[in-house]
Design a protein around this ligand. Structure first.
Ligand SMILES: [Zn+2]
Ligand SMILES: [Zn+2]
Length: 156
């Protein structure tokens, strides 16, 4: 079976940073944890996880900020150096090869569907959980949700 042709493009709010991804994500999380709420100032964040080399930065300059992830490890946020928009993150627990792209920075943010809503125990009380997307009070075991070929990419 050939790979499905996919091209996602995105960028920061000021337009300086543009990026392209030509790959299906390994998995997509809609995270309602307190850290994501605080770091985004919003109800939750949608992160699409890829091998780091999947992200092709086309323009602009980025800077990196290191904060703590919910797991206690380092979480490096990559931002546009001009406008500060957070574009993607590296998580220590995923190793140096993984990156979580903030789906809200995609030109078509609705083109990725979350595999799971996580940390819903701390969601804002008026947030309704989507039908048909599994949700978990905290985290989950990806091997229970992901098809084998995506698990293989996760293990690499
Ligand atoms: Zn910018
Ligand atoms: Zn979170």
């Amino acid at each position: 079976m050939g790979e499905m042709a996919i091209e996602l493009t995105g960028g920061c709010a000021c337009g300086a940073v543009r990026y392209r991804i030509e790959r299906e994500p390994i998995f997509v999380n809609n995270c309602h944890c307190r850290l994501c709420q605080r770091q985004t100032g919003s109800t939750s964040v949608v992160n699409a996880f890829y091998e780091f080399d999947a992200i092709e930065q086309l323009s602009g300059d980025t800077l990196q900020q290191t904060v703590k992830a919910g797991s206690g490890g380092d979480h490096v946020i990559v931002r546009c150096s001009a406008c500060g928009t957070a574009l993607w993150s590296h998580y220590a627990r995923l190793g140096t090869l993984g990156a979580g792209v903030r789906a809200g920075t995609l030109d078509e943010p609705g083109s990725l569907r979350p595999d799971a809503a996580i940390f819903v125990a701390s969601r804002m009380p008026w947030v309704t959980l989507p039908e048909g997307i599994p949700h978990f009070d905290t985290s989950y075991d990806p091997s229970q949700l992901l098809p084998p070929e995506r698990m293989a990419r996760l293990r690499r």
